[in-house]
Design a protein around this ligand. Structure first.
Ligand SMILES: Nc1ncnc2c1ncn2[C@@H]1O[C@H](COP(=O)(O)OP(=O)(O)OP(=O)(O)O)[C@@H](O)[C@H]1O
Ligand SMILES: [Mg+2]
Length: 308
């Protein structure tokens, strides 16, 4: 365990807002104008939603990533700061645009249009040894979108571990559907946090229990998100399953990231694996109760009341 550090978690991640448009959102071309029910600009990007969820639980969180010196970049900096995330290490660049996702929300289904902008721009060399030494844990999300970070991520994780940090990775979906790059990365990952599709695709397995075991051969812990079916945790010697918490679903954006924040809270506080996984499932469920990724993330007190 590292002695006292400035931050519990350093997040090395992508930065973009989400513009969520709801109602009759099927676009019609030929310059047809349609009126929709609502449009909300909110914190997007898996990494930023995770960071806000962890800060909401009371962890000290710092973020490093790249955004543009533009309206969306300034929006993200202000919103993350408002939620207690330290943004002083974020690189603001004038030579590019902050990424943006437009989410067309139609009931339970949604279509997403993403302009990557500076989403892929963070590099491992942007993350100094000094910054790593200030943190207890390093989390990376959206591995497949962070293409400049990808090739050097195993080295970054090993560098972090050499300073005593633990590491975690939530890949999210691979738009290329190749699912490559894990041979060196998983051995440097303390906690791997895929969802069902991601775990099956990465291992090539048909079955989640066997995927979990294969992954746990390579890293210390694997926590697999199973949507409404809950979550599964696998270490080399132990399997833990927790069911989901029944909840009225408004919007699923950010459930996985808020789950990750809950699991890491328990893990970093030295809780047992089952209790950490239960907290994660409660946090994931909480986040479903409002539109967008961060609006319904729970405080520790709110989550603990549910945990009982
Ligand atoms: N319908 C649901 N009811 C209750 N809990 C849910 C539901 N959907 C998700 N959860 C909780 O949230 C956790 C994470 O959700 P999910 O499996 O959708 O992750 P994900 O696919 O990584 O999400 P994301 O879209 O944020 O990347 C689940 O493991 C579960 O505990
Ligand atoms: Mg996910």
């Amino acid at each position: 365990m590292k002695p006292d550090t400035l931050f519990d978690i350093l997040v090395a991640g992508e930065i973009n807002p989400d513009l969520i448009v709801s109602g009759d959102v099927m676009p019609e071309f030929n310059q047809t104008e349609k009126l929709v029910e609502s449009a909300t600009l909110t914190i997007g990007s898996s990494s930023a939603i995770f960071a806000c969820g962890a800060a909401r639980l009371g962890l000290k969180v710092a973020f490093i990533g790249v955004c543009g010196d533009d309206v969306f970049g300034h929006f993200m900096l202000a919103e993350m700061q408002k939620r207690g995330v330290d943004v002083s290490n974020i690189i603001v660049r004038a030579d590019g645009q902050t990424g943006l996702s437009v989410i067309l929300n139609r009931g339970a289904d949604r279509a997403i249009l993403t302009h990557p902008g500076l989403i892929p721009a963070l590099r491992a060399s942007d993350i100094s040894d000094e910054l790593l030494r200030d943190a207890h844990h390093l989390h990376v999300a959206s591995y497949f979108l962070q293409t400049d970070l990808q090739p050097d991520l195993p080295g970054l994780f090993r560098r972090a571990q050499s300073f005593g940090l633990t590491t975690s990775l939530d890949t999210n979906y691979d738009p290329s559907e190749k699912w490559l790059g894990f041979d060196q990365l998983l051995p440097a990952t303390t906690i791997f946090l895929p969802n069902r599709t991601e775990a099956l695709s990465i291992t090539g397995s048909q079955e989640i229990a066997s995927a979990a075991k294969q992954l746990a051969e390579k890293c210390k812990l694997v926590a697999i998100k199973l949507g409404a079916e809950g979550a599964l945790l696998q270490s080399k010697h132990k399997t833990v399953y927790v069911p989901s918490v029944p909840i009225d679903v408004v919007d699923t954006v950010g459930a996985g990231d808020t789950f990750d924040a809950g699991f890491l809270y328990g893990y970093l506080k030295g809780w047992g694996l089952e209790k950490s996984l239960r907290l994660a499932a409660v946090c994931g469920a909480f986040s479903l109760q409002a539109s967008g990724g961060t609006a319904a993330q729970p405080t520790l007190k709110e989550a603990l009341a549910f945990l009982k």
